[in-house]
Design a protein. Structure first.
Length: 425
């Protein structure tokens, strides 16, 4: 396994003061971080990564939430609504049923706007302020738009969100609306929305806060750091595997980067790096296809469909960062059906953990990988659940019990109850 980052600190104008720079993952070109707006490499259009002259170890972290990890971030503070520090739930029945030594659920739905996106936005919106840009924008399957709207508003900035018309869960549209984003409903899928917003950003119309923006992924690294600290504190060892839903593969890329930085800082042994295991819906699984075929590039799927609308994505823009993460850590990727996703959503709900469909993909994927023997029974596993149940109330209602109409008197209610449980699943 090769987990190295380029260690040489380049001579970049503006870098000398704080030891932070941007580096192209394809050609290695470097750029000062806060002087000009750029999302990809000027030379080759490759993806950019934030690099640091000094990398922290666990001893350097203090406080609570995303900013506990300030030493691993490009700024020391951000526009915050107390994101991060999410629960790492025990789920004993599900753990026994799936058949692994340990299963914990890192529930990112417990962030302020109900998804992990808040971790990226607290950093990304602060960088936008540092750059002095005016309008913020994103394409979104819903959660990014909710987080951008909330953090943009808190930062006193204008926000513009492009959503695939008719394909965004109700809770998310409501959040973007109330947090005062201008909502553009595009007659096309998420990938089409992202193409448009990238062009708007290139023309200087807005600052792009999709996960193509390397600063957002810095905030999302903290999911990995919290999982490692949680397992270390509870079991004295890090997890063997982290299973996560994949859309644009931003989290996969971010967690891989968090682990590489810890290895480089000497805080984590290479053999301790958890196996990154990605899960996609069958109807939107270009990353799984690439992993299965051993391909270096991901083929864009033009037609995508899944009940897990958050990950209804055919062109995972962070694939060049995420594919090496899956391979180098010894992980894998798997596709699950919509019915398997709903079943896993019910399994989690039965343990009191309410998640939206995309989130349940992680548990559905783990179950499948365990059944096929790819995951061993002695593994310690963390499943990431990325968004809250209330994000998609329609999916929750469809997956759960039917309300039962009863008359407005106790006798009638008792008679109904004695008639047996007529609720349907
Ligand atoms: N889970 C949820 C609930 C999401 O909202 C997303 C992405 C993902 C998983 C996939 O994460 O892109 O890092 O692989 N949602 C984006 C959005 C696309 O617009 O809200 P990823």
């Amino acid at each position: 396994m090769s987990l190295s980052l380029s260690a040489d600190r380049p001579t970049v104008p503006g870098v000398a003061d704080d030891g932070v720079w941007l580096e192209c993952i394809a050609c290695g070109d470097t750029f000062a971080p806060f002087e000009d707006v750029r999302y990809t490499c000027d030379e080759c259009d490759g993806l950019l990564e934030v690099r640091y002259a000094d990398l922290p170890t666990f001893e350097d972290f203090s406080g609570r939430g995303v900013w506990r990890y300030a030493d691993a971030l490009p700024l020391s503070e951000g526009v915050t609504t107390q994101e991060g520090a999410t629960p790492l739930y025990e789920v004993p029945r599900l753990e026994a049923d799936v058949g692994v030594e340990t299963l914990r659920i890192k529930h990112e739905g417990m962030n302020p706007t109900g998804s992990f996106k808040d971790r990226g936005m607290t950093v990304g919106v602060a960088v936008a302020q540092e750059l002095g840009v005016g309008r913020l924008a994103c394409a979104s399957t819903g959660n990014t738009s909710a987080a951008l709207a909330a953090y943009g508003s808190r930062g006193g900035m204008e926000t513009l969100v492009l959503l695939p018309a008719g394909k965004v869960a109700a809770g998310k549209v409501g959040q973007a609306a109330l947090h005062d984003a201008r909502i553009l409903e595009v007659d096309g899928n998420f990938d089409a929305c992202l193409d448009i917003v990238r062009e708007l950003a290139e023309r200087g119309e807005a600052y792009l806060l999709n996960s193509l923006n390397p600063f957002r992924l810095e905030g999302q690294k903290t999911i990995g750091l919290e999982i490692l600290e949680g397992f270390r504190d509870d079991y004295g060892a890090f997890p063997d595997r982290i299973v996560l839903p994949v859309g644009n593969a931003g989290n996969t890329a971010a967690l891989y980067k968090a682990f590489r930085e810890l290895v480089q800082a000497g805080a984590l042994e290479e053999r301790e790096v958890p196996k990154l295991t990605g899960v996609q819906a069958e109807g939107a699984a270009p990353m799984v296809e690439a992993v299965e075929n051993g391909a270096d590039e991901v083929r864009r799927w033009e037609e995508v469909e899944t009940r897990a609308t958050a990950i209804r994505i055919g062109n995972p823009v962070n694939a060049p960062k995420a594919l090496p993460g899956i391979r180098e850590t010894g992980g894998t990727a798997i596709a699950v059906s919509d019915d398997e996703i709903t079943e896993a959503q019910r399994d989690l709900a039965a343990e009191g953990v309410g998640v939206e469909p995309a989130s349940a993909a992680s548990v559905a994927g783990l179950r499948k990988l365990r059944a096929s023997g790819i995951v061993d029974d002695d593994e310690r596993v963390a499943c990431l659940t990325t968004g809250h149940l209330l994000k998609d109330p329609d999916a929750a209602a469809a997956a759960g019990n039917e309300p039962e109409p009863v008359p407005a008197d106790t006798g009638g209610v008792l008679a109904h109850l004695e008639g047996g449980n007529t609720s349907a699943q």
